[in-house]
Design a protein around this ligand. Structure first.
Ligand SMILES: [Zn+2]
Length: 466
């Protein structure tokens, strides 16, 4: 009668559907246990398919434009210099733990991106990979602050992320990822049993860090693929390790608990980088006062704004900004010409060919066309070079629009638009192997979780429950 439904959300940043549902399906018995009798499928990320804003889009059921941030780093205003970083303070919308806390449910969240600084919840919130320190009691990374000490007692030094994960030292990377993940699962398993909760959600970043660091050893189609006795199987072994941890967790929960396994986006090999500002210079949209002798970040270049209509930013995708009269301090694009210029850029960017002369399949998005609203300072265009097989490089000084070296540090994987979701509701039995669902999106997650608790779904949520 007074049965109490609970929800456990296992978040695996960047977990890829091709690996979980296809390539290693037979080697991941515990993922399969959750799929069995449940529903599962590819989960379409937001645009851009990046950790920030993706997890917040998932947990608030709102697109990035509505949330008002378009990546981790955003323009703070229409000046050329001011940037802001999107931590939890940038998230004005309710996420499910806010709503469930108000409904009197007990919540525990661990490591969900954009939960630093942590905010008061009816339970515990452990900050995400953005937490600068796990030792500073003046600026606690947990709510309540007393949880910091509790965590230290359980795992010693807790790792919110792998320090210096962009490294060529792959042994170090693997060691650090396992250390971090083991500690997180140790804490999760302890709190699942000992704490009172209705919603328990954690996000493991190890999957993402491993993909970015090891993909060239994993994917024989990668242009940098190398045969290596240990590294070639490192991603598979980590998935098997995670699978084992999930198996242990499944033993700890009761039959009133609905389990989700979810990722915010997928992963794919990176074929190279398109130097977006080099391209803009060549096409006559961007003028520097002097071309740098060495590779230089665009922020450090002297841009001649009186002759610049467009500039861009690097990252897993490109952000394109127009220098608009009356909007930017030295804008030269007349407001009446903005739409024509955006269309011209879109056509030219989508025509970009690779070094072999073949079109790489770039897609350009206008924020106003993909979001319900555009809060904050949106880019004027969002660009997926080569359907994300190519990253965007913002630095200048390459003498080419292509680069096969990263301007920030080693990274062999880009994000892919589809992540995973698996849902196992003990009250619904779909049969052996579960039922594959199609058309699921990030924004469908929050309503789905609220429905588990029979908590009304707010009208401004953009997704639908499944
Ligand atoms: Zn991510």
């Amino acid at each position: 009668m007074s049965r109490r439904k609970k929800v456990l959300v296992i978040g695996l940043d960047c977990a890829a559907p091709e690996l979980v549902f296809e390539q290693w399906r037979e080697e991941l018995p515990n993922f399969r246990r959750v799929m069995d009798n449940g529903v599962w499928g590819k989960l379409e990320s937001c645009i851009p398919a990046i950790t920030v804003p993706a997890w917040s889009a998932m947990m608030s059921s709102k697109d990035p434009g509505t949330l008002g941030f378009y990546g981790f780093r955003n323009r703070g205003d229409h000046s050329y210099e001011r940037h802001t970083l999107a931590n939890s303070q940038s998230v004005k919308a309710d996420r499910i733990w806010d709503i469930l806390s108000r409904a009197g449910k007990k919540v525990i969240t661990i490591g969900v991106p954009q939960t630093y600084p942590p905010r008061p919840v009816n339970g515990i919130q452990v900050g995400c990979f953005l937490s600068p320190s796990t030792k500073n009691y003046e600026r606690p990374y947990t709510y309540p602050a007393s949880a910091m000490h509790e965590i230290e007692v359980v795992v010693g030094e807790y790792l919110v992320d792998v320090p210096n994960f962009r490294t060529d030292d792959k042994d170090y990377l693997l060691r650090q990822i396992y250390t971090m993940t083991q500690k997180r699962f140790k804490l999760v398993k302890k709190w699942i049993v000992e704490k009172e909760w209705d919603l328990f959600m954690f996000v493991e970043m190890g999957t993402d860090r491993l993909h970015h660091g090891m993909w060239k050893y994993h994917d024989p189609a990668h242009y940098k693929y190398e045969v290596h006795p240990v590294y070639n199987s490192s991603i598979r072994e980590y998935y098997c390790y995670i699978d084992n941890e999930i198996g242990q967790i499944l033993e700890l929960i009761d039959s009133d608990t609905t389990v989700f396994i979810v990722s915010d986006h997928g992963a794919r090999k990176m074929d190279g980088g398109i130097c977006v500002n080099e391209w803009l210079i060549r096409e006559g949209y961007l003028t520097l006062k002097s071309y740098p002798k060495a590779r230089t970040a665009i922020d450090r270049c002297e841009i001649d704004w009186s002759k610049t209509k467009v500039w861009g930013d690097g990252g897993y995708y490109a952000r394109i900004f127009l220098n608009i009269e009356g909007r930017e301090p030295q804008g030269i694009v007349k407001p009446g010409e903005v739409e024509a210029l955006r269309n011209e850029l879109k056509a030219k960017l989508e025509a970009i060919v690779g070094p072999n002369g073949v079109n790489i399949g770039t897609t350009v998005f206008k924020p106003q066309e993909i979001y319900r609203q555009c809060d904050g300072v949106p880019p004027d265009l969002i660009v997926y070079f080569g359907d994300l097989y190519w990253r965007s490089v913002g630095s200048v000084g390459y003498d080419s629009i292509y680069t096969f070296e990263n301007d920030t540090s080693p990274d062999d994987c880009n994000h892919a638009q589809y992540g995973i979701v698996i849902k196992n509701d003990p009250d619904v039995r779909e049969g052996p192997g579960g039922k594959e669902l199609t058309g699921l999106q990030l924004i469908d997650m929050a309503p789905t979780i609220l429905q588990q608790f029979h908590v009304p779904v707010p009208l401004d949520m953009q997704g639908t429950g499944f």
